[in-house]
Design a protein around this ligand. Structure first.
Ligand code: NOJ
Length: 560
C-alpha cells in the first residue's frame, strides 16, 4: 500500500486574502489565520495548503511574486508567519506552502534587471525573443486573454507570459534559474514547511523553438508547454535537490492538461518526482472546445466516467488528489449540487463522494459550510484579473453578448470562490470590520460558520464526521475501486475494497427520488452504516433514494 502521512491526510486550503482579517483593513492576513486554527482543529484536518503569502504587487492576488522570501505587507510579517506555523504545528496541523515558479512578478528584482539590457546577467532568467514581422514571436495566447507576449521597448524584444503581462515566465532551460528555485524551496523547508503545492507545474518546460500552436484551440500554444519535453527531467532534478533531502515532504503539482500516462510519471509510486497531481479533467468538462467562458451541461455519466477513470487507472501506480473546489473554481454545491432547496443535502452528498475515493482529499475554505457562488450584477464588482480581462476582450472589444458572458461568470468565475469567508451574521460576515477587498456574498446571514456550529445537522458536522471516518478507514484511503451502473444518469454507485473490508457508496445526484437496485455482488450480504446524509438503518437493499441522498455501507466479503 506504500503508506505515508499525506495519503491519509485531509488537506484544507486557505486563500489568505479572503479567510480572516485581523487588523480591519478589509484584507485577510496571517494573524487572522492563526486566530482560526482552533476552528480547523475542530474540523479535524491534517494539513493546510496556504495560497501565496509572499511579497507581491497583487496583479493576480499573490500568484505574482516579487520576493520569494518575504511576506506580503498586507498579510503581516515574518514573525506572524512563524507564529502561525508554530501554532499549526502545535495543533498537529502541517503546512503546505504554494510555490509559484513558472513565473515571477515583473516587479521581482530578477525581471527588473532582466529587462534592462540584452547582456544583463539576469537576461536569461526569462524568455525573451525578437518579434516576427513586427508581431509577437508566435501565436500563443495568455490564460488571461490576448497574446502571451509583451513587447518591451528598452531592448526591442518580447517576453513570454502565459498569464498576465505582470507574470513573466521564468526560463527553466537556464540551470541557474532552477538552482534559485531549489534554494527557495529549501529556505521554506528550513523554516518548517511540510510541503509544496506547485503552481502550474506542468508548464515549466517549453518546446524549443517555441513553435506556433494550433489556432483552433482555446489556449493557443498549450500543446508546446503542457507536459513539455524536459518536464520530467526538471522534476527529477527538483526531487534530488529538495525532496530527497527531506523525507516526508509532500508535493502536489497543479498539472493542467495532465493525462493518465503523464500522471503516472509525475506522481508514480516510485518515479521520484512529486507526491500527487491535481488533474483537471472533471473541472473542464463543461468547457466547449476548452473555452472556459463557453459552457455546456454535462450528463452525469460523463462526469462519472472521468472520476472513475482516475480512480482505476492510477490504482497501485500513482497517487491521486481529490478536489471539487479551490480558489480557481466555482463553489461545488452550485456546480454539481443544488445551492437553494437541497443545499445541505447536496453538499453533504458531494463530499461523501470526495471522502470515499482513493487519493488525498482537499477541502477549500467555506466548502465545509456549503458556501455558494455569488451573482454580482456589475462587472465592476469583480476583482479577478481573469474575469476582468476576459470581459474586456470578449464583451467590450469582441462584441460578445454581455448577458451570456455574465451567466458564464456566475457559473464558472474564480471570484465565486474568493468572496470572504462567512464567519457569522454580523456586517462583513465577521470576516472584517471594514469593507472587504471583494464583496461578501449576500447570503452570509443564513450561511455562516456560527450558524453551522450551532446546527447539529449542518454540513460542517457532517464534514467532520467524514474526516473522522476517513482517518479510521484504510479502505476509504487505499481500497480499490469498482463502479456499478455506469449508464445511470442519476446515481453514482461504486465499491471500495481492501482485503475483506468493503464500502458500498451510493450517491443520488438529483433533487428527485430515485430507484436504487443493489448490485449483484452485495446481494444477500449484511452491512452496517458507514455514513449517510439521511436517516438510514445501514442494511444494503433495493430501495428509493431521497433527493441528493448519500449512503455508504460497510460490508464484508465473508459475511453471509
Ligand atoms: C494557478 C493558480 O491557482 C491561479 O490562481 C493563478 O492565477 C495561476 N496559476 C497563475 O499563477
Amino acid at each position: 500500500m506504500n503508506k505515508c502521512w499525506w495519503k491519509e491526510a485531509v488537506i484544507y486550503q486557505i486563500y489568505p486574502r479572503s479567510f480572516m482579517d485581523s487588523n480591519g483593513d478589509g484584507i485577510g492576513d496571517l494573524k487572522g489565520i492563526t486566530q482560526k486554527l482552533d476552528y480547523l482543529k475542530e474540523l479535524g484536518v491534517d494539513a493546510v495548503w496556504l495560497s501565496p503569502f509572499y511579497k507581491s504587487p497583487n496583479d493576480d492576488n499573490g500568484y505574482d511574486i516579487s520576493d520569494y522570501r518575504g511576506i506580503m505587507e498586507e498579510f503581516g510579517t515574518m514573525e506572524d508567519f512563524d507564529e502561525m506555523q508554530r501554532e499549526m504545528h502545535k495543533r498537529g496541523i502541517r503546512l503546505i506552502v504554494d510555490l509559484v515558479v513558472n513565473h515571477s512578478s515583473d516587479e521581482h528584482p530578477w525581471f527588473v534587471e532582466s529587462r534592462k539590457s540584452k547582456d544583463n546577467p539576469y537576461r536569461d532568467y526569462y524568455i525573451w525573443r525578437d518579434g516576427k514581422n513586427g508581431q509577437a514571436p508566435n501565436n500563443w495566447t495568455s490564460h488571461f486573454s490576448g497574446s502571451a507576449w509583451e513587447y518591451d521597448e528598452a531592448t526591442d524584444q518580447y517576453y513570454l507570459h502565459l498569464f498576465s503581462k505582470k507574470q513573466p515566465d521564468l526560463n527553466w532551460e537556464n540551470p541557474v534559474v532552477r538552482r534559485e528555485v531549489y534554494d527557495i524551496m529549501n529556505f521554506w523547508v528550513d523554516k518548517g514547511a511540510d510541503g509544496f503545492r506547485l503552481d502550474v507545474a506542468s508548464m515549466y518546460s517549453k518546446r524549443p523553438g517555441l513553435p506556433d500552436g494550433d489556432p483552433g484551440r482555446a489556449e493557443i500554444g498549450s500543446e508546446h508547454y503542457q507536459n513539455g519535453p524536459r518536464i520530467h527531467e526538471f522534476f527529477h532534478e527538483m526531487y534530488d535537490n529538495v525532496m530527497a533531502k527531506h523525507p516526508g515532504l509532500m508535493t502536489v503539482g497543479e498539472t493542467s492538461g495532465v493525462t493518465i500516462e503523464e500522471a503516472k510519471k509525475y506522481a508514480g509510486l516510485d518515479t521520484h518526482e512529486m507526491s500527487m497531481v491535481f488533474q483537471f479533467e472533471h473541472v473542464k468538462l463543461e468547457y466547449i472546445n476548452g473555452d472556459k467562458f463557453n459552457l455546456r451541461h454535462v450528463p452525469l455519466s460523463e462526469f462519472k466516467a472521468v472520476m472513475s477513470k482516475w480512480q482505476t487507472e492510477l490504482d497501485g501506480k500513482a497517487w491521486n488528489s481529490l478536489y471539487l473546489a479551490n480558489h480557481d473554481q466555482p463553489r461545488s454545491v452550485s456546480r454539481w449540487g443544488d445551492d437553494t432547496k437541497y443545499r445541505k443535502e447536496s453538499a453533504k452528498m458531494l463530499y461523501t463522494m470526495l471522502m470515499t475515493m482513493q487519493g488525498t482529499p482537499y477541502v477549500y475554505q467555506g466548502e465545509e459550510i456549503g458556501m455558494t457562488n455569488v451573482h454580482f450584477d456589475s462587472i465592476e464588482d469583480y476583482q479577478d484579473i481573469q474575469i476582468r480581462n476576459a470581459w474586456r476582450a470578449r464583451v467590450e472589444n469582441g462584441g460578445e453578448d454581455p448577458e451570456k458572458m455574465m451567466q458564464a461568470i456566475w457559473y464558472i468565475g474564480r471570484d465565486n470562490a474568493r468572496t470572504p469567508m462567512q464567519w457569522d451574521a454580523s456586517p462583513c460576515a465577521g470576516f472584517s470590520t471594514a469593507a472587504p477587498w471583494l464583496k461578501v456574498n449576500p447570503n452570509y446571514k443564513e450561511i455562516n460558520v456560527k450558524e453551522a456550529l450551532e446546527d447539529p445537522d449542518s454540513i460542517f458536522w457532517y464534514m467532520k464526521e467524514l474526516i473522522r471516518l476517513r482517518h479510521e478507514s484504510e479502505t476509504a484511503v487505499y481500497g480499490d475501486f469498482t463502479e456499478y451502473q455506469k449508464e445511470n444518469e442519476a446515481l453514482y454507485v461504486y465499491n471500495r475494497s481492501l482485503g475483506d473490508d468493503n464500502l458500498l457508496v451510493v450517491l443520488n445526484f438529483t433533487g428527485e427520488e430515485q430507484p436504487f437496485v443493489l448490485p449483484r455482488p452485495m446481494r444477500g450480504k449484511t452491512s452496517a452504516l458507514y455514513v449517510s446524509n439521511y436517516e438510514n438503518d445501514g442494511q444494503m437493499a433495493d430501495r428509493t433514494l431521497r433527493p441528493y441522498e448519500a449512503a455508504v455501507y460497510r460490508w464484508k466479503e465473508t459475511d453471509k
